[in-house]
Design a protein around this ligand. Structure first.
Ligand SMILES: O=C(O)CCC(=O)C(=O)O
Ligand SMILES: [Fe+2]
Length: 354
């Protein structure tokens, strides 16, 4: 265990909204050369390949390689970037998935994200009821399939990518917050909540576990302080679901601790707003940022609904991700059909078929 005495951190990951009023270095616009390479690569890959079968994308996208290196460095330190200008209007949704997957594989390994083992997962309103009431209709529902407000959370993977294909008619604003800043604030102003947050919570697997697997995770700390950084895992709806399914209600101090986390996360001083445009790719380090989304209203036509493509990337031996404990990195990330690379998923399905 890498626990150290909690202390405030002054590192690039501890950013605040005011740091980016005039600094747009977090936005990278794809260059004409990068887009030409991508167009050419897609025309090669289009000939019957599924995106998950693309081999060695780096051979086709040489001008992306310095960018990929820089993105990984930035994700490891500040924790977020926005790539702008993927020409989604000029591409079929299939070609977009292909381009997006290929770019993602230059950064890490794409993994499956749900019981259906989707590797590029559509985030769109499937008319499901998502919320925090714990009602039967909300049981086992994941927020990305609804148009509801999503509380600040980490996705259970090293890096999440969200590519915007279509915007909502109204709402659906994405915002992010540094979890290092949340930690600093709680340490300074609400230290009484730290013990519960360091101890952590059990997460609901929302029925996506395989038979024989536990329906809830072991306890996952919200914060793990290290010498020069603090790792975070947090997702309120899954914590509430975990308490519900285990039939062990949260204690008053646990409830107060997650309420405190949410209140601090919503502080305007900490929140960075991102107005997604079609073609934008948001990339986040899930150990140092939480993201949220406001509720939204869709256009009436189903094909015009807000649509994002989500990628979950495993960064392998790359630091600091490789320094995380198994509980932090995998307890809520690898179970059921989730958290598998395309190869691992193929192997699993081939074994089942044969
Ligand atoms: O719709 C969004 O902007 C975010 C969705 C989200 O958090 C997710 O799919 O993990
Ligand atoms: Fe998310």
């Amino acid at each position: 265990m890498n626990l150290t005495t909690p202390a405030p951190l002054s590192v690039p990951a501890a950013w605040k909204a005011a740091d980016f009023v005039e600094d747009f270095s977090w936005i990278h616009q794809f260059s004409p050369q990068q887009l030409d390479e991508l167009g050419l690569a897609i025309s090669k890959w289009r000939t019957g390949l599924h995106f998950s079968e693309i081999q060695s994308p780096e051979r086709f996208l040489p001008s992306f390689l310095p960018l990929a290196k820089q993105i990984i460095e930035t994700l490891a330190t500040r924790g977020f970037v926005l790539l702008r200008g993927l020409p989604v209007h000029e591409m079929s949704d299939e070609d977009t998935a292909c381009a997006y997957w290929a770019i993602g594989q230059l950064l890490g390994t794409g993994t499956t994200q749900n019981a259906r083992a989707e590797l590029v997962c559509p985030v769109t309103n499937a008319d499901v009821d998502f919320g925090y009431s714990g009602s039967a209709s909300q049981r086992n529902v994941r927020g990305y399939m609804s148009n509801a407000d999503l509380n600040y959370h980490c996705d259970p993977t090293d890096v999440v990518g969200l590519l915007c294909l279509r915007k909502a008619k109204a709402g659906g604003e994405s915002t992010i917050v540094s979890t290092t800043s949340i930690y600093n604030r709680i340490l300074a102003q609400h230290p009484e909540h730290l013990p519960a947050l360091l101890r952590g919570f059990r997460y609901d697997r929302k029925g996506e576990e395989l038979s024989g697997e536990e329906p809830i995770t072991p306890r996952i700390p919200v914060f793990v302080p290290h010498k020069d950084r603090v790792s975070c895992r947090y997702a309120r709806s899954y914590i509430l679901g975990g308490a519900d399914k285990s039939k062990i209600p949260l204690t008053a101090s646990e409830r107060a601790a997650i309420d405190c986390f949410d209140t601090v996360a919503r502080d305007e001083e900490l929140v960075l707003k991102m107005a997604f445009e079609p073609g934008d790719i948001q990339l986040l380090n899930n150990f140092t940022t939480v993201h949220g989304r406001t509720a939204y209203e869709d256009h009436p036509e189903v094909e015009q609904r807000r649509l994002l493509y989500r990628l979950w990337l495993h960064l392998g031996g790359e630091r600091p991700w490789s320094d995380e404990s198994d509980v932090m990195r995998y307890a809520f990330a690898r179970f059921g059909n989730l958290g598998l690379s395309a190869q691992e998923w193929k192997r699993r399905t081939t074994q089942i078929e044969s």
